[in-house]
Design a protein around this ligand. Sequence first.
Ligand SMILES: [Zn+2]
Ligand SMILES: [Zn+2]
Length: 350
Amino acid sequence: MSAVAMDFVSKYAPGIAEHLVIQNATETQNTLYPGVDLNSLSWIEKTWAEYYIAVGNPIIATGMMSFLLHEIVYFGRAIPWLIIDALPYFQKWKIQPNKHVSRAQIWKCTKVVLLTHFTCEAPLILAFHPICCYFGMKTFEVPFTSLAVMAAQIAFFFVFEDTFHYWAHRGLHYGPFYKHIHKLHHEFSAPIGLAAEYAHPLEVLILAQGTITGPFIYCLFRGDLHIFTVYVWITLRLWQAVDAHSGYDFPWSLRTFIPFWAGADHHDFHHASFTSCFSTSFRWWDYSLGTDVKYHAYKDRVAAAKKSERAAVEKRLFEEVEKEGIKAERIAGMGGGKAGQEGHSKGKIE
Ligand SMILES: [Zn+2]
Ligand SMILES: [Zn+2]
């Protein structure tokens, strides 16, 4: 941490400053890794330990890594979608081919996302390491968890997040919550990857709980979780969120191999129809509770159309879905309580 920032913290928050003291490399190694032979570790575990030793304070080391991981993974995944969107070759797989975002929209989206990252995340960064320690999560420790255990833990986080997100997202469609919180995210009726976190700061904080609460609950009951596993989970979750907003459905998209994977095909329909498809990763909550009836009715009608007429039928039906979506969004945008919730009972498309 720079001297200026450290002086500021020492002056205004001396209680915090005492936890941010940076030790030299020898002191850090003796404190964090007493008796550990770093040369006996795998390359990645050794690099991990060397990083914590080089930074000299685990709170700052975890904070910096968490923030950088989020920025690199989010923009690293979103920017290729902007390039794909600019290439004519990929247009045939665009879900809403008539919708194009302007440079001004991309720039506005980037500014909102960065502002939210810096204002919402930055204050939480310093708290992340102590919170992880409080729940018993391993941070600087090496070695990591085995791959098999890691995979099982991440599978649990996916299921937990999907469930949390489904209900929180439906709650955000309740008129007053929609009007004041979720409306910003629905400015894109045909989303782009970069818009995955284009949302009110409160929405970002609420939905982030689904990502981070699973690991903390796991820690409470099992206590053998490493933050490295959580980083792998956050990376996969960010890829899922950005891809779901990409606006493209390829023949090689994950949902074509895993039938219950939601993907862009499902979430794009949410943005267009407004009242269907609330899940993130999986389709089962929407399917079980009938909030994807309109989506399946639309898909079935398109599939039943003659091959020669399919494109025209698809276009006409999607316009109908969109028209209803715009109407429902307008009512919810004025705080109408039922608008965001009634779609599941209106599954028919004429
Ligand atoms: Zn929504
Ligand atoms: Zn969305």
